[in-house]
Design a protein. Structure first.
Lengths: 115, 113
């Protein structure tokens, strides 16, 4: 069974600074995908970034980037030049490829951007 | 292109009442999912449908039933609601089991008294 652990329940950072959210996972699968989802106060779950395990290059999406360490089973999210609109819950999630439908979520990190 | 839509947005039920949560997607996705989100926890999978005509249990299926009405629509039914089913319910869809990035609806907040 897969598990996803987010060890930082809450974080806060000044606007325009950089912040890194941690995520570790445990799996025996070799092919899988990792995701970061953002859930603002509106409650909508919004895909932030996706990483395929077979790709060595870290995914980036504008101000969002990941540090994917496959051997260490670590998948952290870095937000650069943080903005007030980044205030949200952030969930790390895992899904094994081929035959496993279950998207396994961590418990989330509540990020607050301070003006 | 609305993506994934859910109705209703909010619902209050009394213990023992029944209701159906509706979900529809307009992205021509094959796979659809129902999750629940409880305080302090991530989302947990209730049921999923890998393709039209198929449904399978997820992590927490007890007390729920689902129907994949057609490719677009996937409903979740509570036959006899219990306070333990108070939660926020999310529907999601993905293109396929291989292209499996899941896109979520806005959620339904359900309270069972």
């Amino acid at each position: 069974a897969q598990t996803v652990t987010q060890s930082q329940p809450e974080m806060s950072v000044q606007e325009a600074e950089t912040v890194t959210l941690s995520c570790t996972y445990d799996t025996s699968e070799s092919n899988y995908y990792l995701f970061w989802y953002k859930q603002p106060p509106s409650r909508q779950m919004i895909l932030v970034i996706r990483q395929e395990a077979y790709k060595q290059q870290n995914a980036t999406e504008n101000r969002f980037s990941v540090n994917f360490q496959k051997a260490a089973k670590s998948f952290s999210l870095k937000i650069s030049d943080s903005q007030l609109g980044d205030t949200a819950m952030y969930f790390c999630a895992f899904i094994a490829n081929f035959g496993n439908e279950k998207l396994t979520f961590g418990t989330g990190t509540r990020l607050t951007i301070i003006p | 292109n609305a993506g994934v839509t859910q109705t209703p947005k909010f619902q209050v039920l009394k213990t023992g009442q029944s209701m159906t949560l509706q979900c529809a997607q307009d992205m021509n996705h094959n796979s659809m999912y129902w999750y629940r989100q409880d305080p302090g926890m991530g989302l947990r999978l209730i049921y999923y449908s890998a393709s039209e005509g198929t449904t399978d249990k997820g992590e927490v299926p007890n007390g729920y039933n689902v129907s994949r009405l057609n490719k677009r629509e996937f409903s979740l039914r509570l036959e006899s609601a219990a306070p333990s089913q108070t939660s926020v319910y999310f529907c999601a869809s993905s293109e396929s089991r291989v292209m499996n990035t899941q896109y979520f609806g806005p959620g339904t907040r359900l309270t069972v008294l």
